[in-house]
Design a protein around this ligand. Structure first.
Ligand code: BDP
Length: 326
């Protein structure tokens, strides 16, 4: 047998082996930072169940809750590289590697949650996912993450002056550092899983988050002033590594896409209920909650973040304007 024919036979054998593998079951690993009873986790369970069911078990998703697969910034990189298949990510920490996602990390960019839904389910969401796809991550659907507000163990925040000197944890993104510094606070980027202990031991005075996260990981126990600044509305995604995505058949992709959208529908409903119950739970847990009568002074001070951002990213001006409706 000539060398050429041998190679040909070997190649044919390899093709047959590959065809056999593609019909085999694929198990995708999914990263999730939240506790099992969190709206996002429940919706992810539905997503996984639908995918397994509709693909007849050919594609299954193994969910890892509670951030056991590592911190969010690391997990984002792993999904980008294809080392992890799926992630339920907040777009905040994605900004360091995907500039388009940063537009939703600008303070007070969305006037409210209904506007966020509308824009993310339309042109703005499409523009952001196009940026993500170039960097190896495909957004299948958008989850709600409400509005983030400051909490701390020292005093209620009613005006920017109350933030002066407070040490506040932020998610990993320089925009959030700038945002706290614009109020003369000290910002510390830190992994979510380290925040409780850091507040408890006084490494930081507080942080900022939505009510369900403030409650679900007990930050309210150690930072009992919750001030409703609602300065960030950052949507989240069910994201898949483009590497894992491209290995699926078109039918499997279709099933996964639909299942992710259905899960987002469920997540958004669960979210509303959990926000209300979290507020009640923290209040019952001794938290002093204060509304901000006038958010204007916070918006004015934080507008410094926009100046720096647009100067560094002039090509994103159009997207920012699209969200702000001007
Ligand atoms: C929560 C987000 C989660 C973030 C966390 C944080 O759902 O993805 O990791 O905030 O502050 O609201 O790190």
């Amino acid at each position: 047998m000539t060398k050429f024919t041998k190679t040909g036979l070997w190649a044919a054998g390899l093709c047959a082996a590959m065809a056999a593998t593609s019909a085999q079951a694929v198990e995708l690993r999914a990263w999730n930072i939240h506790v099992e009873d969190y709206p996002n986790s429940i919706a992810l369970e539905s997503f996984a169940a639908e995918v397994a069911d509709k693909t007849g078990g050919e594609v299954t998703i193994k969910l890892f809750h509670n951030g056991v697969l590592g911190s969010q910034p690391d997990a984002i990189e792993q999904v980008r590289l294809g080392a992890l298949d799926i992630g339920q990510f907040n777009l905040g920490p994605m900004g360091t590697s995907i500039p388009e996602t940063n537009v939703v990390s600008l303070p007070f960019i969305f006037p409210g949650i209904p506007e966020m839904y509308e824009l993310m389910d339309g042109d703005v969401g499409d523009a952001i996912s196009a940026g993500m796809e170039k960097k190896g991550i495909k957004a299948l659907a958008w989850y709600d993450s409400g509005a983030r507000s400051f909490y701390n163990s020292v005093r209620p925040i009613n005006s920017p002056a109350d933030v002066e000197g407070l040490k506040l944890r932020v998610m990993n993104n320089q925009l959030f550092v700038g945002m706290v510094e614009a109020l003369d606070g000290n910002a510390t980027p830190m992994a979510f899983g380290e925040v409780y202990q850091s507040i408890k031991t006084g490494v930081v005075d507080g942080a900022e988050n939505n009510p369900p996260s403030y409650e679900s990981v007990s930050h309210y126990e150690v930072a009992q002033y919750y001030s409703l600044t609602e300065h960030l509305i950052i949507p989240e995604c069910v994201c898949v590594s483009t590497r894992a995505w491209e290995a699926l058949t078109p039918e499997q992709q279709e099933i996964m896409q639909t299942a992710a959208r259905n899960s987002a529908q469920e997540q958004r409903e669960l979210w509303q209920a959990r926000e209300a119950s979290a507020m009640k739970a923290v209040e019952a847990g001794g938290v002093t909650i204060n509304k901000i009568a006038d958010k204007g002074p916070f918006q004015e001070r934080m507008s410094a973040v926009y100046d720096g951002f647009l100067e560094a990213n002039p090509d994103l001006t159009e997207l920012v304007n699209l969200i702000r409706g001007n």
